[in-house]
Design a protein around this ligand. Sequence first.
Ligand SMILES: Cc1ncc(COP(=O)(O)O)c(C=O)c1O
Length: 376
Amino acid sequence: MNIFDVYPLFDINIVKGEGCRITDDAGNSYLDLYGGHAVISIGHSHPLYIEAINEQLARIGFYSNYVVNSLQKQLAERLGAASGYEDYSLFLINTGAEANENALKLASFHNGKRRAVAFRHSFHGRTSAAVRVTDNPAILAPINEGMPVTFLPFGDPALAEDEFRRGDVSSLIVEGIQGVSGIYDPGDSFLRNLRSLCTQYGVCMILDEVQSGYGRTGRFFAHQQSGIRPDIITVAKGMGNGFPIGATLISPMFTPVHGMLGTTFGGNHLACAAAIAVLNIIEQEKLIDNARRVGTFLADELRSLPGLRELRGRGLMIGLEFEKPVGDLRRRLLFEEKIFTGAAGTHTLRLLPPLSLSREEAAEAIAKIQKAIYSL
Ligand SMILES: Cc1ncc(COP(=O)(O)O)c(C=O)c1O
């Protein structure tokens, strides 16, 4: 059997990871400024993370959601305290798309409406409702076209109000900082305006923090800089440091009904043990402060790169948009300088390293990026 060929692959077989470094099967070591697409929060193969997963697996890895799982309660308490959302409830699933799918569904159950408002260049996942609110027709199958959605540009709250006035909007979904499209910040005052309009018109406000959450921007959630509190927050990527786990954080205004949401694997023992270990390590090693400090250092140094059109982002979520396409630069970084980076479109590099990136590693990255640019 072959692998279904849906990704253009770099021919590199990663076999080991430690901290912010990964190693391939030929023994080459790479500095990881991509974090496996913003997933690695605490660094690769953290000893306390390995220990927690091993210990849990030796006890029990999985049992059904029809019995009590005290690890879920523990995780909910820890996540509530770490994020400042103690009064919210937690629904655990496995991926970012599932987190958004459940958020959109919950909103629709709650207010009985169908339409969603989303934003241009958004990415929310590939399941049916999540892909429908994603602004990329190329990944929308005919089967996904049913749900009504309106895409708006960032910046003009009056456009959202025009839609809300029609009375059929169930939810508004927005990324804390848009990731896949190239690191675009909705802006604090725009988020505050959207928050008050959602309240005024009874529209559920969903903040997708799948990529921008879990400390990546130097706060637990990117939206917390604006001071708003959304009705639903979705997380995944950094939550399990690679162990598949996602979550929908639900405000007290929603009333749960048995059977309205459900999952077989979501919130299993092993995933909870991984996610609790991640929170412990983020706290013990002050990784959110580190993301803010090292991110600021990186941004300050990279801002003067030759050929750079714009630097966007916060903390360790950085977009570098160049005047020329970045394909050759990215390949040079990977194959010559041994640095993994992400890309968005043709002109933007994305830096999404582990939150544990040290200042020395950041300095090494800066020197290598400069060298790669000068040698192109
Ligand atoms: C903002 C955002 N939401 C949702 C998703 C989907 O997450 P997953 O691939 O885990 O389904 C992603 C993935 O890149 C994302 O960046």
